[in-house]
Design a protein around this ligand. Structure first.
Ligand code: UDX
Length: 437
């Protein structure tokens, strides 16, 4: 099929490239000409393992191209995907839908043939009705068939998630459209994904409810982890035991710092905003947001306790600053909060990050980037393992001991067994285990 993806951000680019890889002809469009020029020479603007190779392969066989011309690209395509950003608005809660509506208005003005318009951007309940209204007005014979098709890709695992999803959700009540999208997703359905067609509004809510549920699951295990620290229990034992019950499920039960990233914080806030619009209470999601914000404070307090409340001039090294491994994304990463607080309290903060230096910290003179892991790990009072990158899973502790006098490690991802440190002069602290194990 001939597809056009409008927006080459995370969702648009990954989905567009993956659809080309399963045999479709795809044009990825962006209004940012510089980005398109870079994509055309194989310079990929996002960090996603495997994506660059996949772009090259599909451009070479002529199935994938990049363009700045929305109207020409949309005219050539059977299905047009809207995949532009829906960031949090200036009010700090609702989703800013201006980019989505601008695309709809441009399509309405310039496209005269019938098209399927698929919304992949994460949009609140009722948005596709508004898009439909922009595109079709009140006409009964609709030229544009508007469909909701939320994405569930995780950064760092996006290609795998695209090719082997648990489900594909399509929100539409048009049988022909559902059949067409079923055919488009057939290679993925054949590998085991469940194709679920619902109403458009349900599809919109499925996306937000799923993210809010996963955020709840993480916050829940984080709260249990706090109890474990006080009650001399290992949270991993609890998570494994809970997860063995298929009703609970073992995934997303890893205790750690506050969850972050481009989706959970933004989508939970937007869901609350939607619920208010419908005069409904989402008290659970509300308390998850509150708990997650407090989690940063809780971890900060633990760090202060570990350093015996003497933070000034202490050397603190962060291993990883991205919100999770296999991404270069620092949006809403707990490290941003923790580094800012510790540096304000007078700590000298170093950080090593496998995806390189982050401009975000440039203005903070108490924060220094190290491009070499073991240079960063020299002469510290505290090493904080913040992100679960593979290269932090087998650190050379002999070298660490040699290069640090009396160092403490605070492992926010529980990468190590605390027993390992029992006979060493490294003080090891982790999450949801007896605190001073
Ligand atoms: C998420 C959803 O998983 C995905 O379906 C949606 O499309 C976009 O949002 P992403 O933000 O890429 O994906 O990352 P994810 O792997 O879900 O992790 C989100 C946050 O939760 C990270 O901060 C991560 O460290 C944290 N997390 C995740 C935990 O703390 N514990 C876990 O068990 C799982």
């Amino acid at each position: 099929m001939k597809l056009c993806f409008i927006g080459t951000g995370y969702v648009g680019l990954v989905s567009g490239v993956c659809f080309a890889d399963i045999g479709n002809h795809v044009i990825c469009v962006d209004k940012n000409l510089d980005k398109i020029n870079r994509l055309n020479i194989g310079d990929i603007p996002i960090y996603e393992p495997g994506l660059s190779e996949m772009v090259k392969k599909n451009v070479d066989v002529g199935r994938l191209s990049f363009s700045n011309d929305l109207i020409k690209s949309a005219n050539k395509s059977d299905i047009i995907f809207i995949a532009v950003g829906t960031p949090t608005s200036n009010d700090g809660a609702s989703a800013d839908l201006s980019q989505v509506f601008n695309v709809a208005k441009t399509l309405k003005k310039n496209i005269k043939k019938s098209k399927i318009i698929v919304t992949k951007s994460t949009v609140p309940l009722g948005t596709n009705d508004q898009i439909d209204k922009i595109l079709n007005g009140k006409k009964k014979n609709k030229l544009f068939k508007v469909v909701s098709n939320p994405e569930f890709l995780r950064e760092g695992d996006a290609i795998k998630d695209f090719k082997y999803p648990d489900r594909v959700v399509i929100g539409s009540d048009d049988k022909i459209v559902i059949r067409t999208l079923n055919a488009l997703y057939r290679p993925i359905i054949n590998k085991g994904a469940i194709f679920f067609a619902s109403t458009r509004r349900a599809a919109e809510l499925i996306k937000y409810a799923s993210n809010a549920f996963l955020a709840t699951k993480i916050s829940f295990i984080n709260e249990i982890a706090d109890l474990c620290e006080k009650a001399n229990v290992h949270v991993e034992d609890v998570a494994i035991g809970m997860g063995l019950d298929k009703r609970v499920g073992s995934r997303f039960l890893r205790a750690g710092p506050a969850y972050g990233g481009s989706c959970f914080p933004k989508d939970t806030k937007a869901l609350i905003h939607t619920s208010k619009k419908f005069k409904s209470q989402l008290s659970i999601v509300n308390s998850v947001i509150k708990f997650n914000n407090n989690r940063n404070l809780h971890i900060e307090k633990n760090i202060c306790r570990i350093l015996k409340n003497k933070i000034k001039n202490k050397n603190v090294c962060f291993l990883g600053v991205t919100f999770k491994a296999n991404t270069d994304d620092i949006r809403d990463s707990a490290a941003l909060y923790l580094i800012s607080k510790l540096s304000k309290k007078g700590a000298n903060v170093k950080y090593y990050e496998p995806t390189g230096k982050k401009d975000f910290f440039d203005k903070n003179e108490k924060v220094k980037y190290f491009s070499d892991l073991y240079d960063a790990i020299k002469n510290n009072d505290l090493i904080i393992i913040h992100t679960e990158w593979d290269e932090f899973k087998s650190l050379d502790f002999t070298r660490i001991k040699k290069n640090n006098k009396k160092v403490k490690i605070y492992d926010l991802r529980n990468l190590y067994d605390s027993k390992f440190f029992q006979k060493s002069n490294i003080f090891y602290y982790s999450i949801g285990r007896p605190l001073y194990a």
